[in-house]
Design a protein around this ligand. Structure first.
Ligand code: ADP
Ligand code: MG
Length: 680
């Protein structure tokens, strides 16, 4: 029944069915999962004369007479003189002159709306009305009334009636998906109760209970899907147990000019521990900008290589690939481990040689972009796959890299701090390590919010810094997703700076329209200090480590997410001198409240948690991407308690291999189906 099309319901023709389809509703089941966006408590009636100015009430009145006024073309005011029990007043509608016919004088109606007093006479601006005596099970009054997200052509009243009809038809006995034992343990409502109450809650307590039950269900399905997939993957094949000998890893660390932070030691220990086990590692390493993830990754690489395995490091851009190759080379060459890189810019003859040597196992370490997951890339024995900046890759790409070996260990690095709760959600199938300590001596970056009026002062400040021998980044506004338009803004900025503002300094420019060679040249000049001011478009373009850069000016900062701004800011403050980040707000009407946290905190996790609360997970990552789940009811991080419980229960089901038990079978099957659809 629940899989039947909505057109089977009364009052749904092809036109309405198409409109529902726009909302993603095709079956009766979809309809019932279209959860109200909000509710209005209309269970308590109030006399219009007893209302407080500005109060929203629901009241019963009789229509006495009508007036209509043309305010301006296309705007007509409809006013009814109404009589309640204790007194009279006016009811107001706009542009609905048909109501005069529908509610003729003498009709008894129930009205909902906001009350304003004009010359002591109450006026109710009607948002919903109902003719008393009409038989429709009291859907719109005298109760907690649901409001849905709808599309043009559908009304709340119509939709409520359709939902009521669907519930009447199938809502008496909806198929239960959760195991009895879980429902009992957590005292959850049954599926039938929950879906009935979520649409038409008898009271507020039952509404909360319905929400809790449905949130738990969707979070459990998500967590179970992720973990089942992982479990089945691990059960199917034997992973790699890397050698226990850490001699080479210790040598790598001894060669460093600094000692590892306690966090780095701990995290490297967790990774080494995973790698020595025969089950494939699946670990996410989270660390704020500059927390030193690269050296930890290098440790894992050395461990794998010293046991004879190959390793691959996949990064999102060519510039980053080149930088990582150079960094790793410095670290690994003393251990006689060569490092190569592969991107779409690798010349074809060089590429041919690399591919051959990868296939024979001659090359132990490769760094590359998406080029690494092309079909032509074959490893002899890939034992460790590392992905940097995981959030820029899809779950599918992650899987594609893993598939280059036979169950290689997987290490995922992310520099965008993801609050623990969100990480738990998206990466429910990964173990998480936190690099929660910065190397000693890092200074906070002084951060200020500025507007146009400050510009001359800031330019003067930049001039002084450059005179001290320091370097400066100017990040240009991300106008939109078009790299062409962004490039234009950067080009214009570079021109203004070099010709008008700083004619005596060298201004460099890097943006997405340049080819790799051009980018590398500019970046190298900046690294060498030949360029004083680097104008750049995006974060990635400047994923570099230039300790001499002390100032960053970010244009149009109001357009960027807090996590992203924090990420950008991490490019300065890497040296001994004081560092500054100026957030230029170009839109003068913008309220700076959101940005202010950056001036107060240097803690990436705190900042991104705040960002997440403000903007929601979808916005947090810009677009809907990368298997980022969208829940119907659950909100992350607000519902993290339920999420954590769901994760525990999912792990329990996996550990006890309950997927074949009759009680769990249906749930497990559904979870796997959902996750597969999401990630492929
Ligand atoms: P991220 O975590 O952002 O990738 P990196 O690995 O690039 O950070 O490290 C940032 C800088 O900190 C590098 O120049 C690196 O050499 C340095 N670094 C890493 N670990 C330490 C440490 N324990 N002590 C001092 N400097 C360190
Ligand atoms: Mg890094």
């Amino acid at each position: 029944m629940i899989n039947k099309r909505v057109s089977e319901l009364k009052h749904i023709g092809s036109k309405k069915a198409a409109l529902l389809n726009n909302l993603g509703i095709t079956t009766i089941g979809d309809l019932l999962w279209h959860i109200p966006r909000r509710y209005e408590d209309r269970s308590k009636l109030k006399e219009i004369t007893n209302a407080v100015n500005g109060e929203e009430i629901t009241t019963i009145v009789t229509i006495i007479s009508w007036e209509q006024k043309e305010i301006r073309p296309n705007l007509c005011l409809l006013k009814a003189f109404i009589q309640g029990k204790n007194g009279s007043g006016y009811a107001i509608w706009f542009n609905q002159s048909y109501l005069k016919r529908q509610l003729p004088a003498g009709t008894k109606v129930i009205l909902t709306g906001k009350v304003n007093f004009k010359d002591f006479i109450p006026q109710i601006q009607v948002t919903d009305y109902e003719i008393l005596g009409e038989k429709d099970n009291n859907l719109h009054k005298g109760r907690i009334v649901p409001f849905y997200q709808l599309t043009n052509g559908l009304t709340q009243r119509w939709f409520r009636a359709i939902i009521a009809q669907a519930l009447e038809l199938v809502g008496k006995d909806l198929p239960e998906i959760l195991p009895q034992s879980f429902c009992k343990k957590y005292r959850l409502l049954s599926k039938t109760e929950a879906l009935n109450y979520i649409h038409f809650p008898p009271n507020i307590t039952q509404l909360y209970q319905a929400q809790r039950r449905l949130k738990y269900e969707e979070l459990l399905i998500w967590e179970l899907g992720l973990n089942l997939r992982r479990t089945i993957y691990e059960n199917g094949v034997q992973g790699i147990a890397h050698i226990k000998d850490n001699y080479m890893v210790e040598k790598l660390i001894d060669n460093l000019s600094f000692s590892l932070t306690e966090a780095q030691k701990r995290v490297l220990g967790e990774i080494i521990n995973d790698m020595e086990k025969p089950t494939p590692m699946a670990r996410l390493l989270q660390g704020d900008v500059g927390s030193g993830k690269t050296i930890v990754a290098a440790g894992a690489i050395v461990k794998a290589v010293s046991g004879g395995w190959q390793t691959a490091l996949m990064v999102p851009t060519e510039v980053l690939a080149e930088q990582h190759r150079a960094t790793l080379e410095k670290l690994l060459l003393p251990l006689k481990i060569p490092v190569v890189s592969l991107t779409s810019n690798t010349p074809s003859n060089e590429r041919r040689i690399i591919l051959k040597k990868l296939a024979t196992g001659e090359l132990p370490v490769i760094v590359g972009t998406h080029a690494l997951i092309q079909d032509s890339v074959i490893f002899k024995s890939l034992g460790l796959a590392i992905i940097d900046e995981q959030h820029r890759f899809g779950v599918g790409q992650r899987a594609a890299l893993e598939a280059k070996g036979r169950c290689p260990d997987l290490l995922v690095l992310t520099a965008t701090p993801i609050p623990r709760t969100l990480a738990l959600t998206i990466y429910g199938d990964l173990d998480i390590s936190y690099l929660d300590e910065l190397p000693p001596g890092r200074k906070p970056v002084v951060t200020r919010i500025l507007t146009e009026t400050h510009r001359p002062k800031i330019y003067e400040f930049i001039r002084q810094e450059i005179k001290k021998g320091h370097q400066v980044y100017v990040i240009c506004p991300l106008i939109e997703d078009s790299e062409n338009i962004n490039a234009k803004a950067a080009i214009a900025m570079a021109k203004t700076l070099s010709e008008e503002i700083f004619p005596n300094f060298n201004v460099g420019l890097v943006h997405g329209r340049l080819n790799f060679k051009e980018k590398e040249t500019v970046m190298n000049d900046f690294r060498k200090g030949k360029i004083n001011i680097l104008v750049a478009t995006t974060v990635v373009e400047i994923g570099v480590d230039v300790p001499n850069a002390t100032v960053m000016l970010i244009e149009g900062a109001e357009r960027l997410g807090l996590a992203q701004l924090h990420q950008l800011r991490g490019r300065v403050g890497r040296g001994q001198s004081n560092a500054y980040c100026f957030l230029m707000v170009n839109d003068s009407s913008y309220n700076n409240k959101r940005l202010r946290i950056l001036t107060k905190s240097q803690d990436g996790f705190k900042i991104s948690e705040y960002d997440l609360r403000l903007r929601g997970p979808g916005e947090f990552y810009g677009t809907r991407q990368h298997g980022m789940p969208e829940f119907r009811l659950a909100k992350i991080p607000q519902d993290k308690r339920i999420l954590e419980q769901a994760k525990k229960d999912a792990l329990y089901i996996c550990q006890h291999k309950l997927w074949t038990s009759p009680e769990f079978q249906k749930l497990c099957q559904l979870s796997l189906e959902k996750i597969t659809n999401l990630t492929i």
